[in-house]
Every structure is written in C-alpha cells, then in structure tokens.
Design a protein around this ligand. Structure first.
Ligand SMILES: Cc1cc2nc3c(=O)[nH]c(=O)nc-3n(C[C@H](O)[C@H](O)[C@H](O)COP(=O)(O)OP(=O)(O)OC[C@H]3O[C@@H](n4cnc5c(N)ncnc54)[C@H](O)[C@@H]3O)c2cc1C
Ligand SMILES: *[C@@H]1O[C@H](CO)[C@@H](O)[C@H](O)[C@H]1NC(C)=O
Ligand SMILES: *[C@@H]1O[C@H](CO)[C@@H](O)[C@H](O)[C@H]1NC(C)=O
Ligand SMILES: CC(=O)N[C@H]1CO[C@H](CO)[C@@H](O)[C@@H]1O
Length: 535
C-alpha cells in the first residue's frame, strides 16, 4: 500500500534570488506563485500561537510543496542584501511566539499540501522500513504525530517515545526534545531519530545522521530551530501494542511518591514484563483540580474525595503508570502488574484502573481538548511553565512551590515525573540538569477573565516568575524546558557549558541569523548590523 507518508515530489519549483527586497509584493515575485501568500487571513493565522500571549505578523506565508521550496526561500533570504527572516511553523503550539517572525516569512509546515506522489512510482526515500533488527518511518517535518501514529499502525508499528498530546508537528517537538512517560525507558523523542533532512540557514538541503553531517544532526535535535528547518525525519518504530492497562494511585507523602517514581524508572534495563511502559505523575493541590481537563479518568464512576485520603496540607500526588499488552501477553498482564504494584507505597484505597486501546491512550489529551473547546476554554492564554529539576532538590521544590508559592489555585494540571539522563544524548542541543535523574515539572495553566484575581494572566505570569526566582535563590539548578528568555546573557546562562558549541553551530549553519528568530536567542544580522557575535 502506498502510504500518505510518502513525501516525494514530482514538481519542485525553485525560487530565484533575483531582485529581492522585503516588500511583500516583491516577495510574491520570487517565482513560486500560488505558494507564497500575503492573504490577510493566512497572515493572521501565522501571527498567533497556542500560548495566545504574543501576536506578530509576518510579511508573507509560504506553503511549501517540497523541501526544495523551503531551500529556495531560505537561499533568497540568505542572498538578499536587505534581508528577511524565515520561521518554520509546525502546529503553532508554542507558548511565547517561538514560531513567529515580523520581518520575514512564516513557512506553514503542517497542513500544507506537500506532494505525496512518487517519482516514477519509486519513492526517493522509503516510507516505512521493516527490518528484522529495527524499523523506521520517514515523515515530513510538518507531519503531526497523530498522523504518524495512524499511518504506522497500519503496519502494526508505532514510534517508541511520545508527547502527551499528538497534535504537534514532528519537527516542532524534535526542536525541543519531546517527552512523556516513555522517556525514562526510550529517552526523549530526539533519542529516537535515525536521520534528518535539514535546510540550513544558507539554504542548503542536507541529509544528516550520526555518521553524516553529524554536527548538524546533533545540533538540530533540541536546537530550537536555530540551525535549520527539518523537512524529513526518520523515526524509530517498534511493534505496536494493542491495549494498555492504565493505572493511577495516590500519595499524600511526597517522599514516598518520588521514591516510587524513582524506583520505577530504575527498572528501565529490565525485561518488558518487569517494568511499566509509562511513568508520569501529577500534583493535586485542591479538590477542584481533580475535575480538571486531564482527570476525567476519576469521574464520574470513580469519585475521589481528597479529604477522605488524609492529605496533609491539602496536597496529593498521583502516580500514573501504564503497561502495554496484546493477545500474546493478555494472560500474564494481571500478574505482572500486581507484582510491580506490590513494591509501591501508595495509599491503599486509592487505586484507579482502566483498560483502553493503545491508540486511545496515546491520544488521551485530545479528548480533553474537545471538551474544553466545547466550553470555549481552549483558545485562552496559556502561561505555561516547564522546568527540569534535579532529583537532589525536588523535595525542596515541593516545599517551596507545591506547598508554598502555588497556594490553592493552580489554574491547570501540574505534571511531575523523573527521567534518566543516560537516555539523553549529550551531543544534542537540549539542556538538562547535571544529575543522573531529573524531574520535569509542567505547570499547564489557562488564564481566565472570571473576575477571580488568581486566575488572571497577570497573576499567573507573576507566579511563574516567582517560581523561577525561588529556584534561583534556593540554588536549585533547574533548567527551563521549552525555554523562554529574552536576553543573550540569560540564554548563555541557560546553555551553560553548551553555549560555545551552540554559538559555533549558529555561525556555521545560520550565519545571518535568519531562522526561528521568535526564540529570541539571536538578532538577525540585518536588523542589528552593529550587534556582533557574543561569545
Ligand atoms: C497541548 C500541548 C501539549 C503538549 N505536550 C507536550 C508533551 O507532552 N511533551 C513535550 O515534550 N512537549 C509538549 N508540548 C510542547 C510542544 O512539544 C512544543 O510546543 C512544540 O514546539 C510544539 O510543536 P509545534 O509543531 O506546534 O511547534 P511550533 O510552535 O509550530 O514551533 C516550535 C518551534 O520549532 C520551530 N520549528 C517548527 N517547525 C520546524 C521545522 N520543520 N524545522 C525546524 N524548526 C521548526 C519553530 O520555528 C519554533 O521555534 C505540548 C504543547 C501543547 C500546546
Ligand atoms: C513519608 O515517607 C517517608 C519514607 O518514604 C518517611 O520517612 C516519612 O516519615 C513519611 N512522612 C510522613 C509525614 O508520613
Ligand atoms: C488551602 O486551603 C486549605 C483549606 O481548604 C487551607 O487550610 C490552606 O491554608 C489553604 N492554603 C493556602 C496556601 O491558601
Ligand atoms: C487561595 C485562593 O486564592 N483561593 C481561591 C481558589 O479558588 C476558589 C474558587 O475557585 C476560591 O474560592 C478561593 O478563594
């Protein structure tokens, strides 16, 4: 069967670099008629994101039909004397305008009609490779993970490492890391990529991997879009399980909670039957939260009364674990789960179990999205904060933030789960704390204009600052995930030891600093000719 993942293109018109200025009507004369648009509605769509806090209009929007279209546009930007910027936009699920750009073109990577026909019946790259030792799929960078999943499931295969939500583009998550409850075992999504096609900031289309152009490969993974635009990614696959046993248990004692999480992720080297496949957790600071958008799990047939569980200080912690299975293991799943659960120290009366199809588990957040959309609660500002906290300080973070700064109203789910750093490749651009185990803490907040002060954007934004300041002052060497900084000093501090390499790669692969300026790490050379490279 020919899958819709085949992304080879019959006709790819090249852009000419002649006569370019940054006047949008001039941009339209680049020779890619019908693909560069200055349509008001398109420009408007390209100027917003999920965060809903930043609005920046580009000059034009490119609908690429193939990787060469992107290379042509970037070559035009690179060669232009006046200069313009180029930002790839995946599904626009950034929080702070990371995919936006003012003086340039936004490339609509997701949802554009990328050519899927084959060159004379033969794909230039195979879509799915089924090997005895390993399998993979080649996908367009703008492909959404949900579509990757649907296509690979037709072959009984699926990617190994996920995000909680699947309506994100492959390249968008690979530019950050891509984490979920499988990361302790398989590493983040950037640890599960074999090869990439990348258009650099000079407009060269290069294939890269561990062996070939390896510096570009490692740089782009977690690279915040700074070194190139990913047009193709080769993603590792495994046989897809059929079903998932999905369990939530509660703790009132934070140290028991983290001890159990750390125990469970220490099992990563064990045979599949002796570990869970997914380990996450969340913080429940009030009873209202238990009815939030991620916890429909508990109700209505599973009502939870915090008061009856003896939470001290009102804070409870929920461990969320799953075990995959299929027909061949259906008869042993109960024993395997029981054997693992025996080793945990949760509140005995607090076990909530359900059993769902693998695809329904992976796509769980979409259900919540539909519910929130129907109530008009999806398109609201999202002042999210994601932090990696080293294991040695997570208890201090609990005291200072969950039991301190947050008070009783958090305006959204708070995820917390540990990961093993040895599953992260040191050579990638992503920055983690300097310990073997670190936690992600994700405050996934929605701001509302309900008249309550604690729900406003201003209140939540201030609280985020307060949390970061707390980490600083307590000497918790936390690192932001999906980082937001505005000065180069802050970015240098964020990257720490990795900054010199990050800068070197920038100079090599995007010397005019035209790519992904919405990350606010570098100023394009043409807007600040005086700004020299810092080191
Ligand atoms: C509801 C929701 C749930 C989420 N859950 C998780 C989660 O569980 N785990 C997790 O790790 N993250 C999660 N995220 C964060 C998400 O991974 C990032 O925001 C990601 O960048 C979103 O992908 P996108 O396609 O929307 O990217 P965009 O917002 O479109 O782009 C993000 C950045 O990547 C760059 N970029 C986009 N496409 C390309 C490309 N082809 N090549 C190079 N650079 C490119 C952009 O220029 C921009 O700088 C979640 C976000 C949301 C809104
Ligand atoms: C929490 O559990 C730890 C062991 O993990 C124990 O030492 C401590 O006393 C417990 N705290 C409370 C308040 O029960
Ligand atoms: C949270 O609410 C509980 C009672 O519901 C109260 O005892 C506690 O002081 C509150 N905490 C904060 C920080 O407001
Ligand atoms: C501490 C605080 O601000 N508590 C408020 C949390 O939200 C509820 C309603 O959702 C208010 O009643 C509390 O006063």
């Amino acid at each position: 069967m020919v899958t819709n993942l085949l992304l080879t293109f019959v006709i790819c018109r090249l852009l000419s670099t002649v006569g370019l200025t940054v006047d949008p009507t001039e941009l339209l004369r680049l020779g890619i008629d019908g693909q560069l648009s200055v349509d008001a509605a398109e420009v408007e769509t390209a100027s917003v994101d999920f965060g809903g806090m930043s609005r920046v209009k580009p000059l034009a929007v490119l609908h690429p039909a193939c990787a060469e279209d992107i290379a042509g546009l970037v070559r035009a930007a690179y060669g232009s004397s006046q200069g313009f910027t180029v930002s790839a936009k995946g599904h626009g699920h950034s929080i702070n305008g990371q995919a936006q750009t003012a003086n340039g073109v936004v490339i609509k990577m997701s949802g554009s009609k990328v050519e899927t026909r084959l060159i004379s019946g033969k794909p230039a790259w195979p879509s799915i490779f089924l090997g005895e030792k390993f399998s993979y799929v080649d996908v367009w960078g703008g492909e959404l993970w949900i579509d990757v999943l649907k296509s690979t499931l037709e072959y009984g295969l699926a990617p190994k490492s996920w995000t909680d939500y699947l309506y994100l583009s492959v390249a968008g998550t690979l530019s950050n890391a891509g984490i979920s409850g499988q990361a302790f075992n398989h590493g983040p999504q950037i640890s599960n990529v074999y090869e990439l096609d990348v258009v650099t900031g000079k407009g060269e289309l290069l294939t890269c991997s561990e062996e070939q152009n390896s510096d570009l490969f490692h740089g782009v993974l977690g690279g915040l879009g700074q070194f190139g635009i990913i047009t193709r990614a080769r993603i590792a696959l495994e046989p897809a399980p059929q079903r998932v046993r999905w369990i939530r248990v509660l703790y009132s004692n934070f140290s028991s909670f983290t001890k159990d999480q750390e125990f469970l992720i220490s099992l990563h080297g064990m045979p599949a039957s002796e570990k869970f496949d997914y380990v996450e957790g969340f913080v429940i600071v009030d009873e209202g939260l238990i009815n939030n958008w991620r916890s429909s799990f508990f109700s209505p047939s599973n009502p939870v009364k915090i008061s009856s569980l003896g939470a001290n200080g009102g804070v409870l912690y929920c461990l969320e674990i799953t075990k995959n299975y299929d027909e061949s293991t259906a008869n042993t799943i109960d024993q395997e789960v029981e054997a693992l659960m025996k080793k945990l120290d949760f509140i005995p009366a607090s076990v909530f179990t359900t059993d769902v199809l693998y695809v329904d588990f992976l796509d769980r957040v979409h259900k919540a999205e539909l519910k929130l959309r129907s109530k008009g609660l999806w398109d609201v500002p999202h002042p999210w904060l994601n932090i990696f906290v080293p294991k040695s300080r997570i208890a201090d973070f609990d005291k200072g933030v969950f039991k301190g700064i947050l008070g009783n109203n958090t305006s959204g789910p708070i995820l917390i789960y540990p990961m093993n750093r040895n599953k992260w490749d040191e050579r990638s651009s992503v920055v983690t704390p300097d310990e073997d185990i670190f936690y992600v803490v994700a405050l996934l907040r929605s701001a509302l204009d309900s008249g309550e002060e604690t729900k406003t954007l201003e209140y939540l934004t201030n609280q985020n600052r307060q949390i970061l300041r707390f980490c600083d002052e307590a000497g918790i060497k936390a690192k932001q995930y999906l980082p937001l900084y505005t000065t180069q000093e802050e970015w240098m501090d964020h990257f720490g030891d990795k900054w010199p390499l990050f800068l070197k790669r920038k100079i090599e692969f995007d010397p005019k600093r035209i790519l992904a300026t919405g990350q606010r790490i570098f100023q394009p050379s043409f807007t600040s000719p005086a700004a020299s490279w810092s080191s």
